[in-house]
Design a protein around this ligand. Structure first.
Ligand code: FMN
Length: 405
């Protein structure tokens, strides 16, 4: 996917999974990337620096104060050299140091000094992983835009079973490729909607849904990484704007419709991942409805009216645009989605099973079906939303090859 060779620093910390690092190095080298390694003092107990030196053809940096290495590439130069830094395996300890901005060795100093994207592959005992301290560190790091891959669930080297296994080397390399970006969507303008809408009842209350916007934001981030110009129409969400993405905030379905139709002319790909309310209260009270008035009337009746179907309107003006719809289904997922794609006329429908606790609304993972108008069904098993976004865009690129502009 990446078009030109890039410089990747692999920072190895002290976990048993360090023995898998040579596989990550080789995988990235196969793409033509230049890989260098740095390691913590503990990491050198698990994997021989010499192995990584032979594989990479470069000195493995370990010591912040090593006079023999000074002047060659110091930690700042290493931080600046990298287009991407991968921390694998990432110990609970390095997550703590990163979240607190500590820089007491070469690896932590490089991580603090770099401006390159950082991909972290945690690996640890299940109880270390679930410890509130580790989880709090993860929250801080995610908030700062650090990327994560894994950990997976399974039998752990320590004898426990559960979450904490480092992601497979191929998965780490695949995620690294994505972060390095490509130009596979260069020249395309992608209009993406994300998040839920809020339909006001009165001055303070509204009807909304549990959509977090994470899927749509992951799509926006991924499309921007692939070189597209991205316009993100965001409904109700607390998420930060992904780098390189233009964002317009809206609240109601009617506002979302207005912005989408206004942006449609410039869009070559439209992805409608927002959870748009099907209904809105017919009347929006200007003032807050008083509790006393509800009591005196023994409750009130809200009359709901249908919101416009934005996806159908976009499909009606499709031209040579590619249009991707999302369907949140709680039962009969595939059959309902097949009916929906025929009704709407989009090029691809991504069907979510929202009855699952680990997929759909407000979680970091998703499991979807990709459905085409001719009835082709591809299942994407439970993956991070970023991974699902990548697979949706891979399919969009394939459709574009079949249907050039
Ligand atoms: C045999 C052994 C295996 C270990 N495996 C892990 C591990 O998988 N994950 C982890 O977070 N810590 C693990 N540790 C603990 C770390 O090595 C320890 O916290 C160390 O201080 C990490 O330092 P570093 O983050 O600077 O590499 C292990 C320790 C030992 C002795």
């Amino acid at each position: 996917m990446t078009t030109e060779p890039r410089r990747i620093l692999l920072a190895v910390t002290g976990g048993i999974a360090a023995y898998k690092v040579p596989e990550i190095v080789r995988d990235l080298q196969r793409d033509g990337h230049e890989v260098r390694c740095a390691m913590t003092r503990s990491a050198a107990r698990f994997v021989a620096p010499l192995s990584l030196q032979v594989l990479t053809g470069a000195t493995v940096r370990q010591d912040l104060f090593d006079p023999s290495e000074e002047g060659e590439i110091d930690h700042i130069r290493l931080a600046d050299w990298a287009d991407l830094i991968i921390v694998a395996p990432a110990t609970a300890h390095i997550l703590g140091r990163m979240s607190h901005g500590l820089a007491d060795d070469l690896v932590s100093s490089v991580l603090l000094a770099t401006r390159a994207p950082i991909l972290v592959a945690p690996a640890m005992n299940v109880n270390m992983w679930h410890h509130p301290a580790t989880q709090a560190n993860l929250d801080v790091l995610r908030e700062r835009g650090i990327h994560f891959v894994g950990p997976g669930v399974g039998e752990l080297a320590c004898g426990w079973e559960g979450e904490g296994r480092m992601a497979d080397p191929e998965e780490i390399a695949a995620q690294a490729r994505r972060l390095l970006g490509s130009d596979s969507l260069a020249g395309e303008t992608v209009l993406i909607t994300a998040g839920g809408t809020a339909e006001p009842i009165d001055a303070v209350r509204s009807i909304t849904n549990r959509s977090s916007g994470k899927m749509g934001f992951a799509l926006a981030e991924e499309a921007a990484h692939r070189g597209a110009r991205v316009c993100l129409v965001a409904g109700v969400t607390a998420l930060p704007t992904p780098a390189g993405v233009e964002r317009v905030d809206v609240e109601t379905a009617m506002e979302m419709r207005e912005v989408v139709l206004a942006q449609l002319d410039s869009a070559s790909i439209v992805i409608k991942a927002a959870a748009v309310a099907d209904f809105r209260p017919e009347v929006r009270e200007e003032q807050k409805i008083k509790k006393a008035s509800l009591e005196s009337q023994d409750g009130i009746t809200l009359r709901l009216v249908t919101n416009p179907d934005i996806l159908a309107e976009v499909c009606a003006q499709k031209g040579d645009r590619l249009v991707v719809g999302f369907a949140a289904e709680s039962e009969d997922v595939v059959q309902s989605a097949l009916r929906k794609i025929k009704q709407k006329g989009c090029d691809l429908l991504v069907a979510n099973d929202i009855s699952r606790a680990d997929a759909g609304f407000n979680v970091d993972t998703n499991s979807v079906y990709l459905i085409t108008p001719d009835g082709e069904i591809e299942e994407i098993p439970l993956s991070s939303k970023r991974e699902v976004a990548a697979q949706v865009l891979d399919r969009v690129e394939k459709l574009r090859n079949e249907k050039p502009r």
